[in-house]
Design a protein around this ligand. Structure first.
Ligand SMILES: [Fe+2]
Length: 482
């Protein structure tokens, strides 16, 4: 793709083109100064390609996972990217054509080619470093383990068989600060009844040494479209919303994709299932208004109440854009930032708007996960003349005091991630890391902001673009010297 000249503002779509090459270099094109007290590794994951040979994948979610690692040490930053060597990636790269089904991708050649084929796991949604394991995650399959220094693929990962055949593992597991456990879940089947398979959520606890030591099933009435969950000190909360799976027989027959069968049904109210983290069993259920939450901010307990922040959606029109990512008319939008208050004694549930700005990908200082925290960072869509994608970052306090930072038209952002300073004294003592795509240059840059006030500190320009990604993880460990 050629860089765009003149005054025309480029769209976000160049940022969806493939990055087929794998790089490994110290970043030397820097404005400002990289803080000396920013030390560690910033992993990001997302689909590195949307095309193979002459074919496009049928959904943003079907691009192959490509991990990036920015390593910060002594004021220097090293960049590395590697594709996860899943069977899909390896075989499709060799064949230069679509060989696997995806969430919204069919194998070319009609339904017979897709009959009874399960979607491949592209390992493209998130990453986690916990218990000595660096994992690439996608909710449609098991984790894939990578070497944290080289990003070389080790292989599909089961925690020594703790994840069983048929288990899937979400991309949004969370580290429980008090125990250090990694808590995650996956949609599953608890058995078969006269109506067919019985849906459930499998919940997993992994100790700080990286051993999966406890798992349990929570039965559900329907198969959930449940991408993320909320975690407090004592509870895991699952919001089962109005985005639902339709008839999956068409998917099995090969005539339609899962994406085709996912709809927003405004007649279905949101239900919140509260699971005790010790017993891993349901302790309470709340009924709310119709709607869905794709991503959660923090959650905490206060007396009888549980307070949960989430990005609310009242439709799933975004799926039309996600399944046709290069369509110039498509718009990648966000949700509205709402706060839910669940009273565990009375069973009452209420919610309120925290912030008007269209927001997604909420992050916060994860050391405060599950307890009260003040500051959340979100990716925003704002009117800057080129708002077909995330183009702003917001720092917002618990009381709703917001500082919105708008990127120049033609630059497109991503999930802003908080990285604590080495000697951090408070919650927001650290940096916000943002990978932005510059459509003018068809290159990406890493922006570093002061998390206390969103003042810009440094911009590090890469030698290439990084396709728009989903989620990242920061660890204070350095695996390879820059
Ligand atoms: Fe996500």
């Amino acid at each position: 793709m050629e860089a765009i000249a003149g005054n025309e503002v480029p769209s976000c779509h160049g940022g969806l083109e493939n990055l087929d090459e794998e790089h490994d270099y110290r970043i030397d094109d820097i404005d400002g100064e990289v803080p000396a007290n920013l030390r560690g590794t910033f992993f990001r994951n997302g689909p590195g390609r949307q095309r193979i040979g002459g074919e496009k994948y049928g959904h943003w979610f079907d691009g192959d996972g490509m991990l990036c690692a920015f390593t910060f040490d002594n004021g220097q930053v090293h960049f590395r990217n590697r594709y996860v060597r899943t069977p899909k990636y390896v075989e499709e790269t060799a064949a230069q054509k679509v060989l696997y089904r995806g969430f919204g991708t069919q194998i070319p050649g009609g339904f017979a080619k897709n009959f009874l084929k399960m979607p491949a796991n592209p390992a493209n949604t998130n990453s986690i470093y916990h218990g000595g394991h660096l994992l690439a995650l996608n909710e449609g399959g098991k984790p894939w383990k990578l070497d944290p220094a080289s990003l070389d693929t080790v292989g599909e990962f089961t925690y020594d068989g703790g994840l069983e055949r048929g288990d899937v593992f979400s991309a949004h597991g969370k580290i429980h600060p008090r125990s250090g456990d990694y808590v995650n879940f996956g949609a599953g089947i608890s058995g078969f009844g006269w109506k067919g398979p019985k849906p459930c959520v499998n919940i997993f606890r992994i100790n700080p040494q990286g051993k999966l030591y406890r798992r349990a099933q929570v039965p559900l009435e329907t198969f959930p479209f449940c991408h993320d969950f909320a975690l407090t000190d004592h509870y895991a909360l699952f919001f089962i919303g109005s985005i639902v799976f339709g008839n999956m027989a068409h998917v099995m027959l090969g005539t339609r994709t899962i994406s085709d069968q996912v709809t927003f049904d405004a007649s279905i109210p949101m239900q919140v299932i509260v699971v005790d983290l010790e017993t891993l069993s349901e302790v309470k259920r709340f009924d709310g208004a119709p709607g869905s939450i794709i991503h959660f901010g923090n959650a905490y307990e206060h007396g009888d109440e549980i307070i949960v922040d989430g990005m609310f959606q009242d439709n799933f029109e975004a799926n039309d854009t996600l399944s046709d990512v290069f369509n110039p008319a498509g718009r990648f939008g966000g949700g509205s930032y709402r706060r839910y208050v669940l009273n565990m004694r009375t069973g009452a549930m209420s919610d309120s708007l925290v912030c008007e700005t269209e927001s997604e990908f909420p992050t916060f200082n994860t050391a405060y996960g599950g307890r009260y925290n003040d500051v959340t960072y979100t990716a925003c869509s704002v009117a800057n003349g080129a708002n077909s994608f995330f183009n702003g970052i917001q720092r917002i306090t618990h009381d709703g005091e917001a500082r919105l930072l708008t990127l120049p038209p033609g630059l497109y952002g991503s999930e802003p991630l908080f990285a604590p300073a080495v000697d951090a004294k408070g919650e927001d003592d650290g940096y916000v890391l943002e990978v932005a795509y510059d459509g003018f240059k068809h290159r990406s840059e890493l922006q570093i902001y002061d998390a206390r006030n969103m003042d810009a500190i440094a911009t590090l320009r890469l030698r290439h673009h990084v396709p728009h990604q989903f989620h990242g993880f920061f660890t204070d460990e350095v695996f390879s010297a820059p």
